[in-house]
Design a protein around this ligand. Structure first.
Ligand SMILES: C[S@@+](CC[C@H](N)C(=O)[O-])C[C@H]1O[C@@H](n2cnc3c(N)ncnc32)[C@H](O)[C@@H]1O
Length: 347
């Protein structure tokens, strides 16, 4: 009786969720859902309010148009950007240990899947043991389509339902899934949330989990300031181009008049708050107008637009977060330098 009621409830939630999306079926093993309301609408509204405020900022989720996703991939292989290498090192070494936690069949859900290179390690832990693996990548960027197509070419028993949307909406969607879930959130993307919103977000992840579900979270650890700062100020200037590309995107999509020559990329470690801050600093007093959102503002010389926080953590902080949210820590893995951690939670 309970099972029937639960499955009717899940079906209703699923149907309600489906109304938000249109579904593109590329083949029997690969479809993706795209929101009916274009991202451009919310991007305009959000940027309009965040640029008018006293503290000017642009949310980091807007980095990832096609060019932004390509530049992020370039960042991942920079010598200074230890984050990807360290997390990959962990993923390369934990396959067997991770599979010991995967005692039944699991669907893999990935928040911010990007190029899905790390995903391959997780799939390898699942694919040998399961007849089929259901994979639900959730990403705001169109890169999801390419990375999913590439996974599908390489793994035959993989069934992919991509969700081209923000993390929170993707979580609403997967809430109604039946069966066990392994949710992955890699790349230290949680670090983009301030402490309060990180807890709110993790509560949302907790809400979609049931007994036996697992959550694998990649978090960057506090370390020498010079190592941290050089990861966001690489010698080839790729991170600077990634940061400035936000302005190019706004010029293109919202008809802005940003002159990239008038901005500097600035990234530094704020030790009081244990976070890297990334800004775009105005080189001169200038008038910015973005015609699609009727915005006109004056930026003073040296005034900055905040574009990203990247919080760094200690293990006691991670334990504290887990206890606030009600997660049980099953395991913490590190790379050999202890630069990065992968934490496996259950509920
Ligand atoms: C820092 S990259 C990490 C990519 C990959 N997981 C990795 O570890 O290399 C963040 C990814 O999340 C996506 N993303 C960023 N903010 C998002 C949001 N609010 N909702 C959904 N996807 C988001 C980006 O498009 C990008 O692919």
């Amino acid at each position: 009786m309970v099972t029937i009621e639960t499955s009717i409830a899940s079906k209703t939630i699923r149907e309600k969720n489906m109304q938000k999306y249109f579904k593109v079926i590329l083949n029997p093993r690969f479809c993706y859902l795209a929101p009916r309301n274009s991202i451009h609408t919310s991007m305009g509204a959000e940027i309009s309010s965040s640029l008018r405020g006293k503290l000017r900022f642009i949310h980091p989720k807007f980095f990832y148009d096609k060019k932004g996703s390509e530049l992020f991939e370039e960042i991942c292989s920079l010598p200074e950007y230890y984050l990807t290498r360290s997390e990959m090192e962990i993923l390369d070494s934990i396959g067997l240990e991770l599979s010991q936690f995967l005692v039944q069949d699991y669907a893999l859900i990935e928040l911010g899947s990007g190029s899905a290179k790390k995903t391959r390690r997780l799939l390898e832990a699942l694919i040998g043991r399961q007849e089929t693996v259901e994979y639900y990548p959730i990403d705001i960027s169109n890169v999801l389509k390419e990375s999913s197509a590439s996974l599908q070419r390489d793994y035959k028993n993989l069934k992919i339902t991509g969700i081209l949307d923000q993390y929170e909406n993707g979580l609403d969607f997967i809430k109604s899934l039946e069966g066990k879930k392994l949710i992955a959130f890699l790349g230290s993307s949680l670090g983009n949330f301030n402490n309060k919103s990180a807890i709110r977000f993790l509560n949302k992840v907790h809400d979609v989990m049931r007994t036996g579900d697992l959550f694998l979270l990649g978090l960057d650890l506090i370390k020498d300031k010079r190592i941290l700062e050089s990861a966001y100020n690489d010698s080839q200037g790729v991170t600077g181009r990634f940061n400035l590309n936000l302005l190019t995107r706004i010029n293109k999509e919202l008809y802005g008049n940003f002159d990239l020559e008038n901005f500097d990329h600035v990234a530094f470690y704020n030790s009081k708050h244990s976070r890297i801050e990334m800004h775009l600093r105005s080189k001169c007093e200038q008038e910015i107008s973005i015609s699609k959102i009727n915005l006109s503002i004056i930026l003073k010389k040296s005034e900055t637009i905040l574009t990203e926080y990247s919080y760094k953590y200690t293990i006691p902080q991670i334990e504290q977060i887990a206890s606030k949210v009600g997660f049980k820590i099953e395991k913490i893995w590190y790379d050999k330098n202890k630069f990065f951690s992968l934490v496996l939670f259950s509920v």
